[in-house]
Design a protein around this ligand. Structure first.
Ligand SMILES: Cc1cc2nc3c(=O)[nH]c(=O)nc-3n(C[C@H](O)[C@H](O)[C@H](O)COP(=O)(O)OP(=O)(O)OC[C@H]3O[C@@H](n4cnc5c(N)ncnc54)[C@H](O)[C@@H]3O)c2cc1C
Length: 401
């Protein structure tokens, strides 16, 4: 039988959810000296963090230098040191690749979008280059001859996200985090305005701080009835309503097998406004994706496959010669305003959220881990980078209506 770990009676901190975010927070808490237990319903790193494409691309789709962009760019810039430390701790190379990303324009509208992005990013002092069609094809000869121009973001790149979760899990183990798998948390118990414990499928566990990192399932975690009552009394509303709402957004992916005796189709991560191709070091080529509201259904559909194949073919028609070796889908965790939810509930100051990373959880993992753990270790003192992501913003918005 698989060893899922003994559930201890108590710890300093409990992290609920073992995706890239829960693992990154748990590792940082342990680095800060805390005694940490991470509780995962299935196996660590087997949900959205497994399904992702691993792109680290804050500049590609950003339209302004808002708080989200600043967080995302800072997290990308933290990756080289993060990857180095993780390799030292775990022995796993997460295949950080900083070749840069290309964003291709095929239509007049695509070119206008590129122009706007080039303009604001250049004014903001960010590194971005415009390429002519000839320059694009000199860099990537097998990209479609229909390409009109492109932007190149030299600092963006990718990691192998499955290696990343495996590295984080090993690093957690090395740093003394107790990772308890095959154990579901159903309820966070709150007494007198503080979280005191979690009900799990294997019993109750107590701690001083709790982190909700359940990805797309974060809203399914219950606050116990007594707590719900207290919170609704303070705020004159329904307690379950005041918690951040996270919904699942399905993304499907196709994976093309390495073509025998051929060089990779592309060397860079290549986007169009409709899809992307991600070349892996082992020769696989990932193609994505879809954005679907399908509840918790992780099926791969014919419509999804067709849409992704069309998007991939637009970028590089030569994909037609490749064989699809694998297809999968994952559930991105999305908050109501698309931004992550990072920080404690005002009513329950030792109950922290680290969720809602939507399309960018791999990119945001290093900074989320460091900042959320920092907040817990410094007993609620928050970084200015986190202010815009507090769970309280949803309550403020609902009060303002
Ligand atoms: C197709 C696709 C492509 C993507 N591409 C990129 C990309 O290129 N770059 C990027 O940055 N991001 C990308 N993302 C987004 C990224 O995958 C997510 O933002 C990120 O993985 C979220 O991490 P997480 O740890 O919050 O969630 P998850 O990885 O889903 O982990 C949540 C964990 O919590 C566990 N859990 C849930 N409920 C409970 C419970 N009650 N008790 C115990 N455990 C529980 C789950 O089993 C799961 O292991 C992509 C996503 C998809 C689907």
């Amino acid at each position: 039988m698989r060893n899922v770990g003994e559930l201890p009676e108590r710890a300093e901190a409990v992290v609920i959810g073992g995706g890239v975010i829960g693992l990154a927070v748990a590792r940082e808490l342990a680095r800060g000296g805390a005694e940490v237990v991470l509780i995962e319903r299935g196996e660590a790193g087997a949900e959205s963090s497994w399904a992702a494409a691993g792109m680290l691309a804050p500049q590609v789709e950003a339209d302004r230098a808002d708080e989200f962009f600043k967080l995302a760019a800072a997290s990308r810039d933290a990756y080289p040191a993060f990857a180095r430390e993780l390799e030292e701790e775990s022995g796993v190379d997460i295949e950080l690749d900083r070749t840069g990303t290309l964003y291709l324009a095929f239509t007049e509208a695509d070119e206008e979008e590129c122009e706007r992005r080039l303009l604001w990013q250049t004014r903001a002092g960010l590194r971005v280059e415009r390429l002519t069609a000839v320059e694009v094809r000199a860099l990537e000869p097998r990209v479609s001859a229909r390409v009109r121009s492109a932007l190149r973001f030299p600092l963006d790149g990718q990691v192998e996200n499955r290696r990343l979760t495996s590295a984080l899990a090993k690093a957690c183990g090395r740093r003394g985090v107790r990772v308890i798998t095959q154990t579901e948390v159903s309820t966070v118990k709150v007494e007198d305005g503080r979280a005191v414990g979690v009900e799990t499928s294997r019993g109750m566990m107590r701690a001083s701080s709790f982190v909700v990192a359940c990805g797309a399932w974060s809203s399914m975690l219950r606050l116990d009835t007594a707590a719900a009552h207290e919170i609704s009394a303070t705020h004159g509303g329904d307690a379950q309503e005041t918690r951040p709402r996270i919904e699942p957004v399905r993304g499907q992916m196709l994976c093309f097998a390495p073509a025998a005796a051929q060089s990779p189709l592309v060397r860079h991560v290549v986007y169009s406004p409709r899809g992307y191709l991600v070349p892996r070091r082992d020769g696989r080529l990932l193609a994505g994706t879809t954005t679907e509201h399908a509840g918790f259904d992780k099926s791969v559909t014919d419509t999804g496959r067709e849409a992704i194949t069309m998007q991939a073919r637009e970028i590089a028609p030569a994909v037609d010669a490749l064989v699809v070796s694998e297809a999968w889908a994952g559930l991105r965790p999305r908050g109501a305003d698309d931004w992550p939810v990072l920080g404690a509930l005002a009513d329950v100051p030792n109950l922290f959220y680290a969720t809602g990373h939507y399309r960018n959880g791999i990119l945001l993992a290093p900074l989320t881990g460091a900042l959320v753990a920092g907040m817990i270790l410094r007993q609620g003192m928050t970084s200015p980078l986190l202010e815009a992501f507090t769970p309280e913003r949803f309550r403020r918005a609902s009060c303002a209506v």
